[in-house]
Design a protein around this ligand. Structure first.
Ligand code: C5P
Length: 237
């Protein structure tokens, strides 16, 4: 597979066409951002680690029957994915309260939800990715009612599978964000990345954050947690 035209550059990834025309090439950058890009830094090797973690998680989900855009890992920082048109929606699933939901709704930190909570955010930088409800999604024509039902079901399935996966390596899956795309034949396909940039992961024993919160809160070496997550995932497969 040969890298083709640059299609899109985001905060943490670059998407290229492939010369062969089969699939897209995803390049994972070392850039880390928080607060919609207000805080920004370069973390050498982060891209390589997130590429590997995302690849392992997407493969695991595929094995468990969750269709997703991952095809193969091409190099340390690059993966080959199916061509999909990304839906501008961020689907967040929460098992434990922290982050924006505590600020927004006054919920106590670390409250464990009896049922996973699914939230939707409109992926729009200039609007600051606002929280929206299912009616807004229909109104903005981001997805139809039946597409959204499919998206929610997949998000909850991913939550159940990843909760179990992380539990088996001593990690609590606190919350995470998913993105979906429309693939061939109008299929809804899980896409983007699943990594410590997009998940909150707490070590079961120490409670330490093994994710981007270390950067958000300026608590030191963010890569240490990411590396720990990768090593534990590798250790199980
Ligand atoms: O900030 P908030 O508490 O809403 O984040 C919920 C989850 O979604 C966290 O795991 C966070 O890393 C992820 N997220 C993301 N991209 C965003 C916003 C949140 O990956 N733009």
């Amino acid at each position: 597979v040969t890298k083709g035209k640059l299609l899109y550059e985001g905060k943490a990834k670059i998407i290229y066409e492939t010369v062969e025309g089969k699939g897209y090439l995803v390049h994972f950058k070392d850039t880390i951002t928080a607060g919609n890009g207000e805080k920004k830094a370069e973390v050498p090797k982060k891209g390589e680690i997130n590429n590997q973690i995302s690849s392992l998680i997407f493969s695991y989900l595929k094995d468990k029957g969750v269709e997703n855009h991952y095809i193969s890992q091409l190099s340390t920082r690059e993966m080959l994915v199916e061509k999909v048109g990304i839906i501008p929606l961020e689907v967040v699933v929460r098992n434990v309260a922290t982050g924006s939901i505590c600020r927004r709704l006054g919920i106590k930190e670390k409250k464990v939800f009896s049922n996973p909570l699914v939230e939707y955010y409109y992926k729009n930088d200039s609007l600051g990715d606002p929280l929206i409800c299912e009616n807004h999604i229909e109104l903005l024509e981001l997805a139809t009612k039946s597409q959204l039902e499919g998206i929610k079901a997949i998000a909850l399935q991913v939550n159940a599978l990843l909760t179990e996966l992380f539990e088996s390596i001593g990690i609590i899956l606190v919350d995470f964000k998913l993105e979906f795309g429309i693939g061939e034949g109008n299929r809804i396909i899980l896409a983007d990345e699943i990594s410590p940039d997009t998940c909150r992961l707490w070590d079961m024993e120490s409670g330490a954050s093994l994710d981007k919160d270390v950067f958000r809160k300026g608590q030191g070496d963010v890569l240490q947690g990411y590396t720990e997550v990768l090593n534990r995932l590798k250790g199980r497969s």
